[in-house]
Design a binder for this molecule. Sequence first.
Ligand SMILES: Nc1ncnc2c1ncn2[C@@H]1O[C@H](COP(=O)(O)OP(=O)(O)OP(=O)(O)O)[C@@H](O)[C@H]1O
Length: 477
Amino acid sequence: MGQGEKDSADNLVSPSDDRNELQVEDLRVKERCFEQREALPGEPRCVICGRYGEYICDQTDDDICSVECKTALLARIAAETKIPVKAPARVKVPFGDESFCVRDNNFPDIPSLHASQIASLRNKLDICVKGEAIPDPIMCFSSCGLPEKLVHNLDAAGYTMPTPVQMQVIPASISNRSLLVSADTGSGKTASFLVPIIAHCSRRELQQSESKRGPLAIVLAPTRELCLQVEDQAKVLGKGLPFKTALVVGGDPLAQQIYRIENGVELIVGTPGRLIDLLMKHNVDLTDVSVFVLDEVDCLLERGFRDQAMQIFRALSCPQVMMFSATIHPEIEKLSNSLLNNMIHISCGNPGKPNKSVRQVVIWVESKQKKQKIFEIIKRVLGRGMDLVKVHQVILFDMPNSIDEYIHQVGRASRMGKEGVAIVFVNEEDRKLFGELAQVLKTAGAPIPRELSNSKFTSSVSLGTDRKRKLSSRAHS
Ligand SMILES: Nc1ncnc2c1ncn2[C@@H]1O[C@H](COP(=O)(O)OP(=O)(O)OP(=O)(O)O)[C@@H](O)[C@H]1O
């Protein structure tokens, strides 16, 4: 035996040690898809999530990564073919940190988790809930009786798994509960209310005559752009279903919007001002509206739409109300208490703070220099060969009016946890937000421009207290 071979032989460990245990652990069937590693080039990929396809589904011969994805695959096939599928054999895994199985309506034989396990699952997913009789989170879209076409549309849109906010909001909404939901920007809130709305609308009595098709749901959002985005997503997810939408926003001819509504729609997406305008001037039958969503309710309130929102709410007969926000403040709680009964409060991630995946770069620029600065940045951001396709960037040319809107706008740089950069132009004109902005930057560990930290309008924020306290306590000891 050569020296090299001897060294490696010396390094071998006995069958009873850790490595052996590790091998045994590796043989354990992966229950959850996040336990599986990413596929290397040339390796088989899971047909559900794209991770390493370590196993073959015995019933379909497809590559799959885990029991969870096998369940999702069989559920999908069952929904498509309507042939009852046998539940996959359950792998007995001790309940531990990463092993969960949640009741799936496709497989009622699988026992549901008990309360402590559900609590642990919510904890893992960063979901906090408040309220009574809260439905359990779902782990896949096919597990709460959605129309199969809708599940297909979700899949076609690339929504393979629900995001945490969708896991909790969809079943809660389907059970007709009113909700106040706060979750990070870009966490998938829009689909969390659109999915139950589309499911609800597609169940409308088909025999109902076309002329009688009054709207079933209204989504109120603070800006035209947001309404456009919501309607776009609704169209994608509701494709091929008896689900029509109308957009009621300024900038488009009112007559066209009325014509569309009169021809029968299931969902109206609109801004408060234009919607009130339309409802005042035209007799839109709101009798069947049973779902009322206030998206970005924090911004709705900031923009003074409280009264309009209440006015629309009063025109409806006891709808299910769902309020969504990336930030929470007492005004929202107050509004929710006046609108919602037996409410469930759902909070996911770290709402109220800028998305952790966004790097905030605040630059002090006088108003007259802003345009020139933009060109400089673009010329310098490109010069370094930055991949603008992959890196999401937002430039806040003007600071918004409130820190809540700032959090929303900065959040646009990251979708679904992907990293992004928000470049923010700030100057003396934004002084009313200096205190809050400095606090937000400090909390995020982002650099604070000298002009901002030295300003008397920032003085209420102690930007260096932690360090000072440490030094003085050492000095006293
Ligand atoms: N389950 C999912 N799987 C994959 N992509 C998803 C899923 N849900 C949503 N998305 C996508 O993630 C992005 C962010 O979703 P969305 O706009 O709904 O977030 P949001 O929480 O409403 O954000 P904001 O508060 O900024 O409006 C969108 O591009 C959407 O298409």
